[in-house]
Design a binder for this molecule. Sequence first.
Ligand code: ATP
Ligand code: ATP
Ligand code: MG
Ligand code: MG
Ligand code: MG
Ligand code: MG
Length: 253
Amino acid sequence: MANSEFEYVKREFEFDRRLPASNWIVVRIDGCHFHRFSKIHAFEKPNDESALKLTNSCATSMLDKFPDIVFSYGVSDEYSFIFKEATEFYQRRESKILSLCVSYFTSAYVMKWKDFFPNKELREPPYFDGRVVCYPNMKTILDYLAWRQVDCHINNHYNTCFWMLVMSGKTEKEAQQTLKGTFSRTRISCFLSSSESTMFRKGSSVYRDKVETKVKTNDYGNPIKRMWLAVTVSNVDIIGPEFWEKHQYILRQ
Ligand code: ATP
Ligand code: ATP
Ligand code: MG
Ligand code: MG
Ligand code: MG
Ligand code: MG
């Protein structure tokens, strides 16, 4: 665009914050007023499987769209997206990265709604807030993910007990009162059935996993295989070292 006398409003007033180098960039988005949104759309309580699968599908689209996202983790109405340590996505400009993530996820949520809720009309526009945090080393990024997964575990325990009390005839206020203060992991573990979906207990991790596929057969009839990375959703433990030992390449990009 040609310069005009008004161009100073950009030059002198617009400042881009660039996120520090040598840090993993985490964008965490969270549904706004999803307590209400989940009621309006009659989500199953405590965990609506279709709603979780919808957000997982949106996260998969995010990894397809933005190759520098190396890992994401989601539970309830929130999702965290981790950009690789050395990303130069939009020169690490914070407002670009944050706004693109929030808007792309939100659009995907609206576009995919009918695939997961074919018999439910989307009655109001879902919207999400977002924040960016930088983690400077492997320990803090792994602790970040562990923090979210522990949170998932505790909230799932609480919510499962809460809705059991409600289904047994208590009002929501009474159920809240019953659990208030007395709530602890050990105290309520007896309520929980072990058959509960691992998605509810572990949350969902989305990342590129190594898969092997047969591409063709050679002249001797033996399969020729190719290794490639496919975006995968799994409900694994990401607190302990096992997952990260098996998938070291994820954070080493
Ligand atoms: P960037 O991602 O950098 O913003 P861009 O392709 O969106 O790239 P812009 O400078 O934002 O580029 O310009 C928007 C472009 O979108 C215009 O070049 C124009 O071609 C097109 N566009 C936007 N709105 C309209 C419209 N109402 N009618 C026709 N074309 C439009
Ligand atoms: P805020 O705007 O501050 O984030 P919120 O109402 O979204 O407020 P959260 O703390 O983010 O509150 O909690 C999300 C709420 O959305 C939970 O209380 C839960 O009731 C509901 N919710 C989200 N996902 C699901 C789901 N898959 N199944 C059932 N309920 C869900
Ligand atoms: Mg570093
Ligand atoms: Mg929320
Ligand atoms: Mg939330
Ligand atoms: Mg544009």
